[in-house]
Design a protein around this ligand. Structure first.
Ligand code: MEV
Length: 423
């Protein structure tokens, strides 16, 4: 069990030292440690069963965001991402939140929506009424598909009916609300919707086309809030800048897309590390951001009574701990073990907190020194490596590139040559 996520100087350790600390805190066994270190050790047959026409695999680095404390519990957060700075930024924001008590988070029950599309109805209003009148029977019918889920206190819980006007005529859309417990839920929901479709078609004399889950998981919401002191943020002026940045996003869709993208940097990275469906999360987040008509920021920021910065987030989070790659991919399983969440609702609380942290970090950097400075170190290292610097010279070449303000391939090659001649 993670006893302390406040790992001072974690970033300065070697990769092996970092892994040792995580393995100790999270009780990883030898096989889990081996697979994390060597992606090629993952049995190709497992990957081959995941997709079609498989030819190989690509490695994405997994890192740990430190310092998170959420509802009084410490978590080490595994993130799989190709973008530099994201993990450092999340860790730093979590450090600031920790000073004021950490993240407070909550989540709704894990309710997903299954949609059934009814068309060519002789009387759409009568169809709506009929379905509403037969609600209990239909819920029972849906639950007969998945007795195991019902036993776990999940299953179809409610049913809503909407009439919509479309370019091909009036449609009646049934929303089946299913508590999917610890699954992402697509399979359970789709099976129930498919099972129910002919029943509602017959009941209404309509024609069913689509029966599929909605990625706008508006009933499956994660919430988190936290406070950052003005001292941590570097003064009143940074707070002003962050609130100005938030106002900008709230007023302008071009900025708002980037604001929300920054939130998803963190959330998607954790989802990727744990074998979750990142596209479902993205679709849910961005459509929820538009649920009131205009496209809005998923976070809110304000200066509190003490002059500190208070932030909150509300976001749909269709994530699971069981099923799909979360269980079949051994590294995803290990990352879930590192994350130490007991349920999909606790998982949602962690993800909401990560999203809020990520947004704070981006806004703070943008409001203060700008985003590029943080990116430069890793960028310079990448350039040094691409220019052919041997491992023991990468750091030195990168530092020279930064100091000279010329983070370019041609200059890196010259420096490497110089250092080689010297050595
Ligand atoms: C970059 O991946 C994310 C940011 O652009 C987010 C933002 O601007 O808020 C830094």
């Amino acid at each position: 069990m993670v006893t302390n996520s406040r790992l001072k100087g974690f970033y300065k350790l070697s990769r092996e030292e970092r892994l040792k600390i995580v393995a100790e805190q999270c009780n990883l066994n030898d096989e889990e440690i081996e697979l994390l270190q060597d992606p090629a050790a993952t049995d190709m047959r497992i990957l081959e069963r995941m997709i079609e026409n498989m030819i190989g695999a690509i490695s994405i680095p997994v890192g740990i965001a430190t310092n998170f404390t959420i509802n009084g519990k410490d978590h080490l957060i595994p993130m799989a991402i190709e973008e530099p700075s994201v993990i450092a930024a999340a860790s730093n924001a979590a450090k600031g939140a920790r000073e004021t008590g950490g993240f407070r988070a909550s989540a709704s029950d894990p309710i997903m929506i299954g949609q059934i599309q009814l068309t060519k109805l002789p009387d759409p209003d009568a169809a709506v009424k009929k379905i509403q009148d037969e609600k209990e029977r239909l819920l029972g019918e849906a639950n007969s598909v998945d007795p195991m889920l019902v036993k776990l206190k999940g299953g179809a819980k409610d049913l809503m009916v909407r009439k919509i006007e479309t370019m091909t005529g009036t449609m009646v859309i049934v929303h089946l609300l299913v508590d999917v417990r610890d699954a992402m839920g697509a399979n359970a929901v789709n099976s129930m919707a498919e099972h129910l479709a002919p029943v509602v078609a017959e009941m209404t004399s309509g024609r069913v086309f689509l029966r599929i889950l909605s990625n706008l998981a508006m009933h499956r919401i994660g919430r988190a809030s936290a406070t950052w002191s003005k001292e941590f943020l570097g003064g009143e002026e940074t707070i002003d800048g962050i609130i100005e940045a938030y106002s900008f996003a709230a007023a302008d869709i071009f900025r708002c897309a980037t604001h929300n993208k920054g939130i998803m940097n963190g959330i998607t990275a954790v989802a990727q590390a744990t074998g979750n469906d990142t596209r479902a999360l993205e679709a849910g987040a961005h459509s929820y951001a538009s649920i009131h008509g205009g496209y809005e920021p998923l976070t809110k920021w304000r200066r509190d009574e003490d002059g500190n910065l208070s932030g909150s987030i509300e976001i749909p989070l269709a994530i699971g701990l069981i099923g799909g790659a979360t269980k079949s991919h051994p590294v995803a399983r290990t990352n879930l073990k590192i994350l130490e969440v007991e349920s999909s609702t606790e998982f949602a609380m962690v993800l909401a907190s990560v999203g809020l942290a990520q947004n704070l970090a981006a806004l703070r950097a943008l409001a203060a020194e700008g985003i590029q400075k943080g990116h430069m170190r890793l960028h310079a290292k990448n350039i040094a490596a691409s220019a052919g610097a041997p491992p023991d010279l990468i750091e030195e070449v990168a530092i020279r590139l930064i100091e000279e303000g010329k983070i370019r391939m041609d200059r890196a090659e010259e420096i490497i040559e110089e250092l080689r001649n010297k050595g």
